[in-house]
Ligand binder design. Structure first.
Ligand code: IVH
Length: 661
């Protein structure tokens, strides 16, 4: 290919890929397969490698993240980034409306979700994304261009001519659906965990290495054009322009005719709040007409034509009265904050997690501190930080305990783990959780055997192992405080019933490290009995598609431990079902993978349905998989399945195949 042709070809590929990128990341509506997309990207990479002169800043190859920076440079915002006035009640919204009407007459409002992320300003020159900055203090922010480039929903080149030279503003956020998992991984790696998705977004944007940012699932909503080549008459029109230029604009934004309708919007959105995949902390009301906006003007701090209605806060400050140590099922010691009870977003909170001792030290949280507590991002309440200014000097730090607070064994801390553990397998705290876990709904589902009852059983010395549950009798149980004939009968009946729960639940209930519900089902669908499973080496287990090495190793270790084998033998003697009859059915020998959210079936029910019909369930895509059942918002498994050309089923098709529809 000569230089001229190459130049043309790079430009063509660039445009084509950018178009598909927009279809995928902004419109959520891809028109080619991932495989085809990858092929286009590969061709462009190859061409650019041969002709590096033709690499442009808007080339999709530039999204992967360049060299790490030494620090961020500060940039001046040509147009300052104002903040918004807040309203905490509908009365305040009505007052705002009165003021607006007095100065500008009747107005329409545009109501927008107030995205709880990090605000950014993006600058385009000649249609190309050239610079992006954080808000900073409103006058000056950090230049985070290299990081923003890695976010796929930010167009590297705008479409059309309205915003060729423009500054647009919006919010970068961290999707809630990936936040919990991300935090877990951070915790495992011994890296910082974030209190909420907003901090995760801010922390990601502050990363000096754009290649790390490229691995984070950041997304954007744009909501404001602060400067452009084109004049618009209304805010509504400017949002439309943002959308057609290729930006992601929030789909819930709505124009209303008056404050009453705006208040209805606020109420509706607060209801919907928990169903969204991004955090919102309120609603922004904006006067629609730009002429009226100009009439209203701005103070030095905020525009007079907009207001933020804030939802009930999910944060509160309170005193941290104590830090207690919880010993979990696997022996992990977790510091837990005991708080002066406080309302957080409508729920009374008196305990909050402090994650682990590294976090405790990093955040320097002490007993007696006033602390900021938060519920958000679908996780249990947590202590965000101490309010250092309120310290009196008598607050006490909590040291890492040398001994288990329950059994007194010396704790261990391995180098590769953040966790501090009690190594004593007989530790009453661990036994309690083990029984709790065994009896839990997804495991053996023993009704009437909650945490307090387990505590009592252990205290009385009635159970030392899980198997002892099955030797309990009426006389023993009647000695427990609060137990009468009826409650004893109920408990004994539930224990008896649990014997027939079946192999998958039993495997899960044993609490083998890394073996969750799903892994347990996979194992039960591959091996007909616990004895078969116990015989497998780690090596053999990794042959099961979707079972990771760590999990395989943990299973092998579990069954290599004498007391576990003892337990299993006892369970067999008791008559617990540890085998499954070989099932023949319409799905015999077929392997299934599920991805995305199903509408009418829970995952365990869907897996049950496969197994009942003789099929097997796997968690990873591979050539050996016969069917991939795809629900809402499927992830990379779907892409991979398409690439491999596997048979893809909708939930309904699956149900038909399994004879359940
Ligand atoms: S408009 C002059 N719209 O809220 C207009 N802001 O408290 C400035 N925010 O700094 C902002 N969602 O980071 C606007 N739909 C939305 C928003 C929004 C979130 C943030 C933004 C701003 C802060 C003001």
């Amino acid at each position: 290919m000569n230089k001229n042709e190459a130049k043309k070809q790079t430009a063509k590929l660039r445009d084509e890929i950018n178009y598909h990128n927009h279809k995928y990341y902004v419109e959520n509506n891809p028109v080619i397969s991932d495989y085809e997309y990858d092929m286009l990207l590969k061709s462009l990479e190859a061409l650019e490698a041969q002709f590096p002169d033709f690499i442009t800043p808007d080339s999709p190859t530039q999204r992967i993240g360049g060299e790490p920076l030494k620090g961020f440079t500060t940039v001046d915002h040509k147009i300052s980034m104002l903040s918004l006035e807040n309203a905490y009640s509908y009365d305040e919204l009505n007052e705002f409306d009165e003021r607006v009407k007095k100065n500008a007459g009747d107005v329409e409002y545009v109501c927008e979700p107030k995205i709880d992320g990090v605000s950014i300003a993006l600058i385009y020159e000649q249609g190309v994304f050239v610079r992006g900055a954080t808000r900073g203090d409103g006058q000056k922010g950090d230049d985070v261009t290299a990081n923003l480039r890695t976010i796929h929903s930010i167009p590297l080149r705008v479409q059309g001519s309205d915003l060729k030279n423009a500054e647009v503003r919006g919010e970068v956020y961290f999707p809630i659906s990936t936040f919990k998992k991300f935090n877990k991984e951070q915790e495992k790696k011994g890296e910082q965990v974030f209190a909420n998705p907003r901090n995760a977004a801010a922390g990601s944007l502050r990363q000096l290495d754009p290649r790390i940012v490229a691995t984070r699932p950041l997304d954007t909503f744009l909501y404001y054009i602060s400067h452009s080549d084109t004049d618009f008459k209304t805010h509504e029109k400017s949002l439309e322009t943002l959308r057609t230029a290729g930006f992601r604009v929030n789909p819930l934004i709505k124009k209303v005719r008056n404050i009453k309708e705006a208040i209805t919007f606020c109420k509706d959105l607060e209801q919907k709040r928990e169903t969204l995949d991004y955090e919102i902390d309120g609603v922004v009301l904006k006067v629609n007409s730009f002429a009226q906006q100009r009439q209203l003007g701005a103070t030095i701090k905020h525009p007079r034509w907009a207001i933020a209605f804030k939802f009930t806060a999910k944060q509160a400050t309170t005193r941290l009265n104590d830090i207690v140590i919880q010993v979990g099922r696997t022996g992990t010691l977790t510091p837990v904050a005991v708080l002066e009870p406080v309302q957080v977003g409508g729920v009374t909170v008196s305990r909050a997690t402090l994650h682990n001792f590294d976090e405790l030290k990093r955040k320097d949280i002490r007993i007696g501190d006033m602390v900021l507590v938060e519920r958000s991002g679908d996780v249990i309440p947590q202590v965000v930080k101490s309010i250092i200014e309120k310290r009196k000097g008598d607050e006490k730090a909590r040291a890492i305990p040398k001994k288990c607070p329950v059994c007194g064994s010396e704790v261990i801390r391995t180098i590769d783990e953040v966790a501090v553990r009690c190594p004593n397998k007989q530790c009453p705290a661990r036994l309690k959780w083990r029984i709790d876990y065994f009896a839990s709904r997804d495991a053996m589902d023993i009704d009437h055997l909650g945490g307090q009852t387990v505590d009592k059983l252990i205290e009385k010395g009635l159970v030392d192992t899980i198997a002892d549950l099955y030797n309990l009798n009426k006389e023993d149980l009647l000695t427990l405080e609060g137990f009468k004939d009826k409650s004893v009968e109920n408990l004994l009946a539930s224990i008896e019933k649990s014997k027939q729960q079946g192999l998958a639940r039993l495997i899960y209930g044993l609490g083998i490290r890394h073996v969750g519900k799903f892994a347990a089902q996979i194992l039960a669908s591959h091996y007909p009995s616990i004895d078969e499973l116990a015989k497998k080496t780690a090596e053999e287990l990794t042959q099961i598609h979707g079972l990771g090495e760590k999990t395989a190793q943990a299973i092998a270790t579990f069954f290599a431990t004498e007391e576990n084998i003892d337990l299993i033998n006892k369970l067999k003697d008791i008559g617990i079902r540890t085998k499954e009859a070989k099932k023949e059915g319409r799905l015999t020998g077929k392997k299934f993978v599920f991805t995305g959210g199903l509408q009418t079936l829970s995952r365990p029910d869907a897996s049950d349905l496969v197994m009942k019909n003789g099929g097997m369930v796997s968690s990873a895509i591979g050539k050996d998989i016969d069917y991939v059942v795809v629900g809402a918002d499927p992830g990379s498994k779907y892409d991979k399945a398409k690439k491999l050309g596997l048979v893809i089923l909708s939930e309904n098709e699956f149900k038909k195949l399994a004879g359940a529809a």
